[in-house]
Design a protein around this ligand. Structure first.
Ligand SMILES: *Cc1c(COP(=O)(O)O)cnc(C)c1O
Length: 384
């Protein structure tokens, strides 16, 4: 049998480019490739594997739920789904309602449809944003390369520079249905909102009767050292990536009047809120609490950010374990390759930007191993 990497392009559509590795096994923040080489996984399935790989609590929850009741469709209620909705609203500390999906882009589609029920169609989004790849979410995503082949996209969308309060105030009008924004722009290479930006967004949208929609697909579920990256009270909040710890699940949380925008028949999903996915998410929430992971993420994130300083590193950004850094040259791809050779998985966001989004359970020893290897990784990258 040829190697997995050789078989891949023969049967898989070429949407992602050639795979970097074929992985066969994982444990904690470690993964192994098909040749038995071990890596510290500092990408965590793109901010998804909150509990790392093969976490016993996640394995037990999924196994037990699948043995009990695996799937029933949304004609029926299940206990894990209801409990998960209650827990998420409890964490938000507000009255609201939840709609479950299977992914981030679907959570955003649900939110997009909710905004249409306001009777308004104008939306405001930010430059450098990423909200997903389905047509609605793509309409809100700024990146031209992703958008252009698929235009016309739905909606009337105005894009404003991220963090610019004046531009936002000028863009939001009495015709605006919603402003959608990430608390930190993950895909862009981790841009952190300037202090007061989301508070200003809350004020501006409220002044015009528009909804504030915070996309926490990447930043939510403890990633930043807080369960939600922002305390600002949005009308719509979307979650996905880290929520299921690797089992696909997303959620739209809607608060106040926004919670009743979607009415019977307005939206649906076959898989969304499936009991196995909900049980996985409950295991993630339980473990974050039981193991004090928010504190751990906060501390380890600071430690990592401090340790990444280097003459070739122009800037280190981020909160908790969502970390972005800019190199002083277009060496991100070379750094990813050099890191992989050294046994570390990291991610390139743009030609000069690198992102880390490791499991929330990353150990200090693994973080230190990476920091110790980092100068050598950069040296290697800049030599190529
Ligand atoms: C990843 C991401 C999405 C899309 O999620 P998928 O599960 O890939 O559809 C949407 N918004 C943000 C902020 C993301 O980081």
């Amino acid at each position: 049998m040829p190697e997995i990497e050789e078989r891949y392009p023969e049967s898989l559509m070429n949407t992602f480019g050639p795979p970097k590795l074929a992985l066969v096994r994982g444990e904690g923040a470690h993964v192994w490739d098909e040749h038995g080489k071990e890596y510290v996984d500092l990408l965590g399935g793109i901010a998804v594997n909150s509990l790392g790989h093969a976490h016993p609590a996640l394995v037990a929850a999924v196994t037990q739920q699948l043995q009990t009741l695996g799937h029933v469709s949304n004609f029926f209620a299940t206990e894990p789904q209801v409990t998960l909705a209650e827990r998420l609203l409890g964490l938000a500390g507000r009255e609201g309602k939840v709609f479950f999906t299977n992914s981030g882009t679907e959570a955003n589609e649900a939110a997009f449809k909710a905004t249409r029920k306001t009777g308004r169609t104008h939306l405001v989004s930010t430059l450098d944003s990423f909200h997903g790849r389905t047509m609605g979410a793509l309409a809100l995503t700024a990146k031209q390369a992703y958008r252009e082949p698929f235009e016309p996209l739905p909606g009337e969308v105005t894009f404003v520079p991220y963090g610019d309060v004046e531009a936002l105030a000028a863009a939001v009008t009495d015709e605006t249905a919603a402003f959608v924004v990430e608390p930190l722009q993950g895909e862009a290479g981790v841009n952190v909102a300037p202090p007061g930006y989301l508070e200003a967004a809350r004020r501006i949208t409220a002044d015009h009767g528009a909804l504030l929609w915070v996309d926490e697909v990447q930043t939510g579920v403890g990633r930043t050292g807080r369960f939600f990256a922002t305390d600002v009270e949005a009308d719509l909040v979307t979650l996905a990536k880290g929520l299921g710890g690797g089992i696909p699940i997303g959620a739209l949380l809607a608060f106040g009047e926004a919670a009743t925008l979607l009415q019977p028949g307005n939206h649906g999903t076959t898989f969304g809120g499936n009991p196995v996915a909900a049980a996985a998410a409950l295991a993630v929430l339980d473990t974050i609490e039981a193991d004090d992971l928010l504190d751990h993420v906060d501390r380890l994130g600071k430690h990592l950010r401090d340790g990444l300083a280097h003459p070739h590193v122009a800037e280190v950004r981020g909160e908790g374990l969502l970390i972005g850094l800019s190199l002083d040259a277009e060496k991100a791809a070379a750094a990813v390759t050099a890191a992989q050779d050294a046994g570390f998985i990291i991610n390139m966001c743009t030609p000069d930007r690198v992102r880390l989004a490791p499991p929330l359970v990353l150990t200090e020893a693994d973080a230190d191993a990476f920091l110790a290897a980092w100068p050598q990784i950069l040296e290697e990258a800049y030599r190529s």
